[in-house]
Ligand binder design. Structure first.
Ligand code: MG
Length: 285
């Protein structure tokens, strides 16, 4: 403390903005085409599907990524560790073990997991304890062994009442120990956090991934003037964040005909517009 104000320690390495797209959003039909698009358009990372996809495509991804200036950020897909029946929770653990091995081989920071969604069958106290000491703990240990992590994703209360805030996810990750980390998704955070910057500061070095979408609508950032991420980016800079900022969201409707989607050319234009906007706001932060 000096003059009554907290003194922040600057990060050992300065933060870095690494723009990232999720697999389904990237133009192109096959792996190399998608990776070529990212490299040619100023993206530094890729977010792949988890589950069977990651296992089946691991070898092909390793081959396609060789020599590129790109990294595999995370694998993202469905998960649920809140079943009342222990055997169903165990099946969920077993299902994710080989996915962690594949993501580890790809050099990914981790597997995005939501411990519970929707109606949660287990009591919260029981679920937290089971996740931190059993299901999540064993997955984290396996992840650490393979050089990756489980990445807890807090959601909005309408999607999960169990894990809604980055600080809570960070606490859970810290309780689990090595191989566990947390992420922040600007879309969910907007509904659940009092401060983007404060939330990222709470996560500190446990933050390994960030999702981003428009703040007015969950579509590509830059369509509405409400899409301002400067406060959150200040938090990322203060913790020396060097992970990916990955677009997760939909697309605006065709303004001429709102029953229709927009063209692929328009999507590409909006992706480049987002990249420009986020770089500008990162500079402002
Ligand atoms: Mg997300």
């Amino acid at each position: 403390m000096s003059d009554g104000m907290p003194k922040l320690t600057p990060p050992a390495q300065p933060a870095e903005l690494n723009l990232c797209l999720q697999w389904g959003s990237i133009p192109g039909a096959e792996i190399n085409e998608k990776l070529d698009f990212l490299e040619a358009n100023g993206f530094q990372a890729v977010e792949v599907p988890s589950g069977e996809w990651a296992i089946k495509n691991c070898e092909a991804m390793l081959k396609a990524m060789a020599g590129r200036k790109l990294s595999v950020a995370t694998g993202c897909g469905p998960s649920d560790f809140s079943y009342a029946e222990p055997e169903k929770r165990e099946a969920e653990v077993q299902k994710h073990l080989p996915v962690l091995e594949a993501l580890g081989a790809m050099g990914s920071v981790g597997l995005v997991l939501c411990p519970a969604r929707g109606q949660v069958p287990m009591g919260f106290k029981e679920l937290r304890e089971d996740f931190v000491t059993n299901t999540g703990k064993r997955l984290a240990e396996h992840a650490a062994k393979h050089g990756t992590s489980i990445v807890l994703e807090p959601l909005r209360r309408n999607e999960t009442p169990f894990l809604r805030q980055v600080a809570d996810g960070a606490r859970m990750a810290a309780d689990i120990g090595p191989g566990a980390s947390v992420m922040g998704d600007f879309w969910h955070m907007q509904g659940e956090e009092t401060s983007f910057m404060g939330a990222f500061l709470c996560a500190g070095p446990l933050l390994t991934h960030v999702h981003i979408a428009g703040l007015k609508q969950r579509i590509i950032p830059g369509v509405f003037p409400e899409d301002n991420y400067v406060d959150g980016f200040k938090g990322l800079k203060l913790i020396g964040y060097r992970g990916a900022v990955s677009f997760e969201g939909g697309w605006p409707k065709d303004p001429q005909d709102p029953t229709k989607g927009i063209s692929q050319d328009e999507k590409i234009r909006l992706m480049l517009n987002m990249a420009k906007l986020l770089k500008e706001q990162w500079e402002q932060a």
